[in-house]
Design a protein around this ligand. Sequence first.
Ligand SMILES: [Zn+2]
Length: 635
Amino acid sequence: MTVDDVLREIKGKVRGVIPPSIDVSDVEFEGALVVIYTKHPDKFAKKEELVKQLAKMLQKRIAIRPDPSVITDTDAAERKIKNIIPKDAEITNIYFLPEVGEVIIEVVKPGVAIGKQGILLNEIRKTINWSPHIIRTPPIQSKTVQEIRGYLRSMSDERKEILRKVGRRLHRGISVGERFVRVTTLGGFREVGRSCSLLNTQDSKVMIDCGVDVSSENGSPYIHLPEVLPIETIDAVVITHAHLDHSGLVPLLYKYGFDGPVYCTPPTRDMMTLLQMDYLKVAAADARKIPYSAENIRDVIKHCITMDYGDTTDITPDVRLTLHNAGHILGSSTAHFHVGEGLYNIAFSGDIKYERTWLFNPAINRFPRLEAIIMESTYGARDDIQPTRREATDRLKDIIQRCLKKKGKILVPVFAVGRSQEVMIVIEDLMRTKQIPKVPVYLDGMIWEATAIHTAYPEYLNNKLRAQIFQQGENPLLSEIFERIDSHEMRQRIINDPDPCIVLATSGMMNGGPVMEYFKEWAQSKKNTITFVGYQAEGTIGRRIQKGWGEIPLNVGGNVVNIKMEMSVETCDGFSGHSDRKQLFNYINNMSPHPERIIFGHGEESKCLDLSSSVHKRFNISTAAPMNLETIRFR
Ligand SMILES: [Zn+2]
């Protein structure tokens, strides 16, 4: 059956179910959605059960859109919206997307604007015929979120075309013949960095992650394999989370001619854009080879189809995708693939944290069905046991107390995404509950922007934070103790200020970034303390400091300068976004259903191998730790 046959059949079914008194002017595919255009959107809104019945019958998600001929002009529509939505919802912005008949209403309190059981939304729809879409105004302006939303608005015609193309492609019908499920390991196996896999069935080619190993000259995954090429034959790319070792080379796919969709959560889209832009900036500053342009990053944004946790969508004729919380960073997910209407179920864990952290709920390990899972092994070795969150908090408290007693300064090198927000939450809590004295906490580098993105998506934070934010209106990330450093002058002033303070600054392993400016000046005083909260790779300046070198050679303007180390050096483990060995075992042990096979990757070779054999012995499950470039057949 061709896509036109499929569409004709669907149109027939739609017209058969909908009473003649309700107009259906057109039916279209947009991605996995079946979009019904009507001159009577209000009648559809009243008959919710009708849409449900259609969705069930077609096994598709349905969107009802007003026919362009019936929508109210935008000025009048805006006035009516302002009349319907109560003042205390605090509307900050209203804009219209004529090509989809949607109006986006940005408000401070979405709950108030939506009304009980969506009553106000229905009223808006009935009054102006536009479909209202409420989004939250970010409490601190994130430049990234704002620019992405603006860009998508300006692109909405092209975007609609893209979605239609995706829709037609994914409804092309299933081929006859032998059915199979295989995975090719393209990068990030028996190593960390450049994560990339290809899920291949008789009707689908889906790429999962496309990362870059930033520490290596040749840090690209094997995307030139015959299995992958020609690149236009890839149906879809799924990104588990924004870290560059999972998302860094997605723009490169567009440079090479890919023009299909990228599936991820909304925060992953925003955060990976931030990190990819920064990656280009750093590469240019270091005069390294720049793999792609900012235009290619915009291509990714344009092709992103975002999904919330728990949403399920068809991504190819025989593969259905669901994203689940992975507990690792904002928006991080485990990708679950349901292949061939019950033929096989396979998940890619992505990076997972199987413990409730200060920011996120633990990773989801319960699925309706599951035969195989591809899992990370970052801390898979026998001695990879980390302190609990509680122990880490106590340790950080102790370090800060000791340093502040000496009236010193505390410098914390951090990665912008994930760890810095966790450290912020802990420090805010310690200060608010008066367990440590109140001193200013300065944020330097990309941390502020990453934090702003976190505040735009509070529904992705853990239950406790959500309750604190939604019920008490208190977001610890917005506390007044945090101050943003946004200029060279301000940084200089803080460096020379004699008063105690805490500085969180990038980069996390001290291979550059603003953290170096503070370090150069503060290293030579016994009063100050440097505190590591993240992994320091061999060969980095961070690792040398951690090892206790008496002098640290730094490259200052082309000359090597030896910085004498007088400041205290502390390490505070337990802030990791990865599961330790114990948590990985618990994750598997409590997994439901128990998979038949587990494939390990995303870890040093010895860790992948050890974890694979230990899990096999303990659970009697078939396991493997493949190298890159292997293909495994599952069905
Ligand atoms: Zn990660």
